[in-house]
Design a protein around this ligand. Structure first.
Ligand SMILES: [Zn+2]
Length: 363
């Protein structure tokens, strides 16, 4: 197995293009063509985790948090980040991070947390805007099917649970080629009118170049007319947090005990404003930015981490904030990554880290 085979697969389940602008997901250390015998999944890369990889003969570590985050200007070993990176390089261990891109997909960090909490009918809490594009192109009517086929195969035409979505309307296109052209129909130097269809499909922005090259190879014309528009519509399957429902409503205090039992650590929470709770919003990691969305979604409780003192006041009698701790809210991601790699490469040695990297201790 090469490092690239693993990264290519992980990129397919959480496309790097879905990461937030401040993030640094992807292959951070290592040669993509290096052969590896096994991989370790973890939340954080520390010197202890690198040592574990050395002991197990693992050539690659897949972590949720990127060890190189804000950029490194020198490697002198003066802090744990530099020492960890140096130790990985010295021992030929590749480091790959799958961070906010895994937060943002519908089978990612928050799906796993929701599943552990037994939430049903889950959906993305804050679908991401600016991700969708519309491609409009003009195709000779008799060639529409083959062009559509190519666009769908390249990943265009997905709307919710539907695929192969498109729209067409009929019209007439005109063109005139100069003496350097070789038009598919019509004569050089003469205006030609052709029965054409205006074909529209929707796509995610990260598919733009694949879809455009599919269009250009399937379209019969030398010069293909197309428009690519950025849409304001949100992509419902990509974004932060999740919201879902408990199977049965629970007494608010019972839910907190249930939550603590599943995630461990220590739950910090705001006033229980209702006796019963059913709709639960979750956002693994630092989720205070999603509080407004959790309130708008009508959630009774918002399960997240990294709230500061003054931010707890923002619950404001509208929701219960349950801050379960950053590590605790993302701990199931270690299993998620392990399960994903195991399922795809069942004969390859995959390990979950045995190191508890949580830097926070509780009394
Ligand atoms: Zn995190």
């Amino acid at each position: 197995m090469t490092v690239r085979e693993i990264t290519r697969y992980l990129d397919s389940i959480a496309p790097p293009a879905y990461q937030e602008s401040y993030d640094n997901s992807g292959l951070l250390v290592g040669n993509p063509d290096a052969e590896i015998k096994s991989v370790i999944t973890c939340l954080d890369v520390t010197e202890e985790v690198i040592q574990e990889a050395i002991d197990k003969g693992a050539g690659m570590i897949v972590s949720h948090h990127p060890i190189i985050f804000g950029g490194l200007k020198r490697l002198t070993g003066k802090n744990y980040v530099e020492r960890t990176v140096m130790m990985a390089i010295k021992n030929d261990i590749a480091l790959y991070a799958i961070h906010t891109n895994l937060d943002n997909v519908e089978h990612g960090v928050n799906a796993r947390l929701s599943e552990r909490l037994g939430l049903k009918d889950t959906r993305i809490l804050m679908p991401k805007g600016g991700m969708l594009r519309k491609l409009i192109t003009f195709v000779p009517t008799k060639n529409v099917d083959e062009v559509l086929e190519a666009l769908f195969a390249a990943g265009a035409g997905h709307v919710g649970a539907y695929d192969e979505c498109s729209f067409r309307s009929e019209g007439v296109g005109t063109f005139r080629g100069d003496e350097t052209t070789n038009p598919h129909v019509g004569e050089v130097g003469k205006r030609h009118s052709e029965d054409e269809s205006r074909v529209e499909v929707i796509l995610s922005f990260d598919k733009s170049s694949e879809v455009l090259s599919a269009l250009k190879s399937a379209h019969p014309y030398e010069e293909v007319a197309w428009d690519m528009l950025k849409l304001e519509n949100s992509l419902q399957t990509v974004g932060s947090g999740m919201v879902g429902e408990l199977e049965e409503e629970m007494a608010a205090s019972d839910f907190l005990a249930y939550l603590q039992n599943i995630v461990g650590g220590g739950v910090r929470y705001t006033q229980l404003i209702k006796d019963k709770v059913k709709r639960i919003a979750v956002c693994g990691g630092s989720g205070s930015f999603a509080l407004g969305a959790a309130i708008s979604a009508g959630a009774d409780v918002f399960v997240t981490a990294d709230f500061k003192y003054h931010q707890f006041f923002d619950a404001d009698g509208q929701i219960v904030i349950a801050d379960i701790g950053h590590f605790e809210s993302e701990q199931f991601t270690i299993d998620l990554l392990y399960d994903a790699i195991r399922e795809k490469f069942p004969n390859f040695a995959t390990f979950k880290t045995a190191v508890n990297t949580n830097p926070i201790l509780y009394l």
